[in-house]
Design a protein around this ligand. Structure first.
Ligand code: NAD
Ligand code: MG
Length: 384
């Protein structure tokens, strides 16, 4: 039996890992839509390889290039944000939401509206839309499967259990490349140092988020929505080896953990095959070779981002969307060499302190809060 699949953010790190799995069982999948931001040549080549029905570039300026790349094929080419959302409405059994940032929100919501399965990597979309997205999931009856390794681990550890028996959900964090750096050194951390993650190979934005620990902050908010046990039963622990991907402790004292290699193809495969299982080419876990698994408490003095995110989750309303938008702008400024590393979290805190809009209740309102928070953050970073 073949299943249909669309991949939003097909040219990224999660997109490539997903396509690697599909490539290994081509007879089982029919690709509907593949999308990218502006990398038209790579998108065209992927769309050709996988005989996609359509390919979409978010950046409309790249559409003519995409058309050239697809000439002589029946693959439809489209460009622009509206085309992206339209593509997310094309029926697909599984939609992989792997765009980076809040830019992925509208297509993810369109995919959710189909009421089928959405494999969610795009954590910023859920962080920003929060209740609005979860309400859409309930309304459409869609199945939202977490691809983020921690949430995929928690999802697996919760299988067959009731949330009311959960004592703790513990998100593990590698601690990022600066885990052991003294505070004084952090201020001088460069973009190239920040994107060198010790365990995972990922896109630039999430790599910087891992270095600041904002990634774990966003994941805290993500977990808060996916597994509604309340902020008081969610916690973070640093686990440098990234082998235990997260844990659930139950009221009887049993803790269930999911372990695996630091390879995103494992959680992606878990979501693609759920509730069954599929093969991956990942090396089996060799715990004897790894030797030691260690754990320590997070240091919120050096890495204040998780504190900001926990507070934003507890405050609710527009706070998580503002936190996310400010972080996206600050990370881009850092990657562009315009903002110091420790200023990223500081800027997020400043934006949160100065912009407190009412809670958004619709997708349009979430998008408006996101846009306004970005504009204000940019103004603070580059006063006119
Ligand atoms: P990436 O930067 O490697 O890829 C991002 C993809 O999104 C690309 O296809 C790009 O063309 C597209 N894109 C970028 N900006 C866009 C825009 N404005 N409009 C439309 N498309 C746009 O990112 P990634 O590392 O693959 O991460 C994707 C998402 O998955 C992020 O939300 C990230 O937090 C999450 N995630 C990634 C990993 C990982 O290991 N890479 C792990 C867990 C979660
Ligand atoms: Mg993660």
């Amino acid at each position: 039996m073949t299943r249909t699949i669309s991949i939003f953010g097909a040219t990224g790190s999660i997109g490539a890992s997903t396509l690697d799995l599909i490539r290994r069982e081509r007879d089982k999948w029919k690709v509907v839509a593949l999308t990218a931001n502006g990398n038209a040549d790579e998108l065209a080549s992927l769309a050709r390889e996988f005989s996609a029905d359509c390919a979409v570039v978010a950046d409309e300026g790249c559409l003519s290039r995409l058309r050239e790349g697809l000439s002589g094929t029946p693959i439809r080419a489209a460009g622009g944000e509206a085309a992206l959302t339209e593509a997310a409405s094309l029926p697909a059994d599984v939609t992989v939401a792997a765009i980076v940032g809040c830019a992925g929100l509208a297509p993810t919501m369109a995919a959710i509206a189909q009421g089928r399965t959405v494999a969610l990597a795009n954590k910023e979309a859920l962080v920003s839309a929060g209740e609005v997205m979860m309400a859409a999931v309930r309304a459409s009856g869609a199945t939202l499967l977490p691809v983020d390794s921690e949430h995929n681990a928690i999802f697996q550890c919760l299988a067959g259990n009731d949330l009311e028996h959960v004592r703790w959900i513990t998100l593990t964090a590698s601690g990022g490349p600066f885990r052991d750096w003294p505070a004084e050194r952090l201020a001088h951390a460069t973009p190239s140092e920040a994107v060198k993650h010790p365990n995972w190979s990922m896109g630039a934005k999430i790599s910087v988020d891992s270095a600041t620990m904002m990634n774990k902050g966003l994941e805290f908010i993500e977990a808060y929505h996916l597994f509604p046990v309340g902020t008081g039963r969610l916690r973070i622990i640093v686990h440098p080896q990234s082998i235990v991907h997260s844990m659930v402790e139950y009221r009887d004292g049993s803790t269930l953990a999911q372990l695996g290699p630091s390879d995103m193809r494992v959680p992606i495969a878990s979501a693609l095959a759920w509730p069954a299982r599929m093969d991956t080419p990942c090396a089996p876990l060799d715990l004897a070779a790894i030797g030691e698994l260690t754990f320590r408490a997070p240091d919120e003095q050096r890495f204040p981002a998780t504190r900001l995110a926990r507070a934003a989750a507890a405050a609710g309303g527009a706070c998580p969307a503002v936190l996310n938008a400010a972080n996206e702008v600050a990370v881009a400024a850092f990657l562009g060499g315009k903002l110091g590393f420790t200023r990223i979290a500081a800027q997020v805190e400043e934006t949160l302190g100065r912009f407190a809009p009412p809670a958004p209740t619709t997708l349009a309102e979430v998008i408006a809060v996101d846009a306004e928070a970005r504009a204000r953050t940019r103004e603070m970073l580059e006063p006119a």
